[in-house]
Design a binder for this molecule. Structure first.
Ligand code: AGP
Length: 607
């Protein structure tokens, strides 16, 4: 969601800014623009549409060694060329690119209009350029600080001034900003993917901090001009990891990376000898873990679904009361932090605004909050009390796949650890540890059957409505299957507990509404079979994901996807991978932009 880049150095800025924006495309956007400074003049080129459209109108000879760029995800004002960033002040000497929302922009704009400032866009962001202009007296950094002190809301910004060549000022409050340090050049961006081709030395800018970069160095300070010393960190990802590596799309690559990603999430954490788990990053002693009386998991979207699986495991296996809740609801519910409660926030990006704000609210109330994140150095990872990286590698496709299975892996290991400290015997633990170790192999077996799933997707991609139905630990997997299908194919899909259909959704069943049933060979199999029969009795088409050789299910369903027969607690892995592939192939069949589906952003940094 909105991406910002900044560059200053010795190379032509335009190609570096455009390449940085291309790397940020995955965040989700609808327009883009750049501003390049040269000889005391700024040139802005921007338009609604994709980076390739912008690239087509950026003059090949656009000279200048410093500049800023932006991908916009519209919030205030439609998707138009004028609303695209960067925005300029009246003189055209100051330009800004902004990620976030300025809540008090209407009042500020009114005041600036009364002072004869001329606005060209409908955005909230443009007020920042005019505010800086109104206080500028030859020192851009100081003017930015003065202007920011008047803003309410969230921002990650980059700013430049024609009269201060080679300087870019960045600041952050609620929207991410990273500084990249090169040889005689500096980079600013919303995330490290934009700069990985040039440097691996980065500094994470925190809320309330301002960074001023010039080719020779940088300065970080707060809004009161107190200098801040920052730690330089090293990006652990390789540039190849953010390439498609021969796959048609990032989503396909990420689905097929799952066996390896799950293995990475387990490495050094699954102890087969002791039949337990080790999660060092939790920063909790064995005694503290033993004192945990309940677990509360908070997340959004796919991460929330992984959280429901986690809560189910903790209750049923470790016998610890556990719940999963939507971050967006927790924050405004005035949540109760109970003694003995351990909180987890789960977020692939580590930047999701709803999850981050919920975490801050919980911490404010004294909760111990652990993060389950993928992006190293992300805000949630840094602000949580401890946590676990899932180590999936970069997830670029908007639809989350490998992060989901890796998040589940972490909760499986945490459950094993907690259960072994409580009621679980060595023998039971050893059996579960063995099952967990086998997960990557099970997932590989399913991926090898992709052509069968592609054929099913071709057969059913006509559907306008699909129900996904599962029970127990696979209820959240049904939710996830529906989310995957709707977000990338735009087919309407809903996930329910299979038992719930009688309470409403069955009214939608007819020969035009297929249902995908999750029927592993577990305690609830017979119940789910009864639900399948109820759908069949109403002429509904049924696709069943079931265990290999389950002839009874095969005799009822119209089509089956047969997966390895596994222990109940491992079943979400073998159930979800076919649903990811089904959604993917349906979307391809319908000609959708799989990696960047309409209206969606990978990293949702506004509420
Ligand atoms: C997943 O396919 C979605 N694109 C979305 O629901 C996502 O899981 C959600 O926005 C949470 O993101 P996070 O894990 O980065 O916090």
């Amino acid at each position: 969601m909105c991406g910002i880049v900044g560059y200053t150095g010795v190379k032509p800025a335009a190609p570096i800014l455009l390449e940085g924006l291309r790397r940020l495309e995955y965040r989700g956007y609808d327009s883009a623009g750049v501003c390049v400074g040269n000889d005391g003049a700024l040139s802005v080129v921007k338009r609604a549409g994709k980076i390739k459209d912008l690239r087509a109108i950026v003059p090949k000879d656009l000279a200048g060694f410093w500049g800023i760029g932006h991908t916009r995800w519209a919030t205030h004002g439609g998707v138009t060329d004028l609303n695209a960033h960067p925005h300029a002040d009246c003189s055209g000497k100051i330009t800004i690119a902004h990620n976030g929302i300025i809540e008090n922009f209407a009042g500020l704009k009114e005041k600036l209009l009364s002072e004869d400032h001329l606005f060209l866009s409908e955005t909230d962001s443009e007020v920042i350029a005019h505010l800086i202009e109104s206080v500028y007296d030859g020192d851009l950094e100081r003017a930015v600080k003065e202007a920011l002190a008047l803003l309410k809301g969230t921002y990650g910004i980059v700013v430049m001034h024609a009269d201060e060549p080679g300087k870019v000022v960045g600041a952050r409050n609620g929207s991410p900003l990273v500084l990249g340090i090169g040889e005689g050049e500096m980079f600013l961006a919303s995330d490290v993917t934009a700069m990985m081709a040039y440097t691996k030395q980065v500094v994470y800018i925190e809320d309330g901090e301002v960074v001023t970069v010039q080719p020779s160095g940088f300065r970080t300070s707060d809004l009161h001009d107190n200098s801040i010393t920052k730690k330089v960190e090293h990006i652990g990802w390789e540039i190849e990891e953010i390439e498609k590596q021969g796959f048609a799309t990032y989503m396909e690559k990420e689905i097929f990376e799952q066996p390896e990603a799950i293995l990475r999430a387990m490495r050094g954490r699954l102890d087969l000898e002791q039949a337990t788990g080790h999660l060092g990053g939790l920063n909790l002693s064995s005694r503290e873990l033993l004192n945990v009386e309940r677990v509360k998991i908070v997340a959004a979207g796919t991460s929330f679904h992984a959280g429901i699986v986690g809560a189910y495991l903790l209750e049923s296996i470790a016998r610890i009361p556990a719940t999963a809740e939507l971050a967006s609801e927790v924050r405004y519910r005035n949540p109760i932090v109970e003694r003995g409660a351990l909180h987890f926030v789960v977020s692939q990006s580590g930047e999701t605004a709803d999850t981050l704000y919920a975490m801050r609210e919980l911490k404010r109330k004294g909760a111990t909050v652990l993060g389950v994140c993928n992006v190293v150095g992300s805000t949630i990872a840094r602000e949580s009390d401890g946590g676990v990286y899932i180590h999936s590698g970069p997830e670029i496709a908007v639809a989350s796949t490998k992060a989901f299975t890796s998040q589940m892996t972490v909760f499986h290991i945490f459950t094993l650890l907690m259960a072994r400290m409580r009621n679980m015997s060595y023998e039971q633990g050893a059996q579960i540890a063995k099952e967990l170790e086998a997960i990557p192999g099970y997932v590989s077996q399913i991926l090898a059957e992709k052509e069968q799933i592609r054929a099913l997707a071709t057969k059913y991609s006509w559907a306008k409505d699909v129900l996904f139905l599962g029970r127990g630990i696979n209820y959240p997997v049904a939710l996830e299957g529906a989310l995957k299908l709707k977000e990338i194919s735009y087919i309407h899909a809903e996930g329910y507990s299979a038992a719930e259909i009688k309470h409403g959704p069955i009214a939608r069943i007819n020969e035009r509404t297929p249902s995908v049933f999750l029927v592993p060979d577990d305690r609830l199999r017979d119940k789910v079979i009864s639900n399948m029969k109820e759908v069949k009795a109403r002429a509904g088409k049924v696709i069943a994901v079931c265990s290999q050789g389950d002839d009874e299910v095969a005799s009822i369903a119209d089509d089956t996807i047969q997966v390895p027969r596994v222990h109940e607690i491992v079943s979400p892995f073998v159930m979800v991978v076919p649903l990811q592939l089904f959604a993917y192939y349906c979307a391809l069949e319908l000609g959708r932009d799989v990696d960047q589906p309409r209206n969606l952003a990978k990293s949702v940094t506004v509420e």
